[in-house]
Design a protein. Structure first.
Length: 151
């Protein structure tokens, strides 16, 4: 089942100035005009949907790393030059390697967040993250949490 996480981020207030014109039926009468000042509060918004929140590794041979894969859809509503970052954090202190959506290999230690992907501007991104765990033969389950940040 896919998980959905929404993280509130910073807000941006934009002043607006609208010019309102009212036409009359008689062309000889002057038009009535008024200026209305308003402001819109547009907040950055983020969301991420992942294919799983728990990694399950079946280590059969200690010399061969076991793999687990998570697919994601991450999105952000932010300004066009705003940076967006997708993070993953494991919930248990273990060590493993991760291949990010851009093909970068990361060693992940402890439960510090690791950047999976980053981009500029809002919109949706889809990808896959492969995790590897090498250890003593057995079954390992590691809870992970993905989140999007708009710094």
């Amino acid at each position: 089942m896919a998980a959905m996480v929404k993280v509130p981020t910073t807000a941006l207030t934009l002043p607006l100035c609208l010019l309102i014109s009212v036409a009359t039926a008689n062309a000889d009468e002057p038009l009535a005009t008024a200026t209305l000042n308003a402001s819109a509060h547009v907040s950055a918004r983020t969301a991420v949907r992942v294919s799983r929140e728990v990694l399950v590794f079946q280590v059969i041979d200690a010399a061969i790393p076991a793999e687990a894969t998570v697919t994601f859809t991450a999105g952000a509503r932010t300004r066009s030059d705003g940076e967006v970052q997708l993070f993953v954090r494991q919930e248990l202190p273990t060590s493993w390697t991760m291949t990010a959506s851009d093909g970068t290999l990361h060693a992940v230690m402890s439960n510090e967040p690791a950047i999976v992907s980053r981009w500029t501007g809002g919109g949706l991104r889809r990808g896959e993250v492969r995790f590897q765990l090498q250890g003593v033969p057995g079954t390992y389950t590691i809870p992970v949490r993905f989140f999007v940040s708009v710094p």
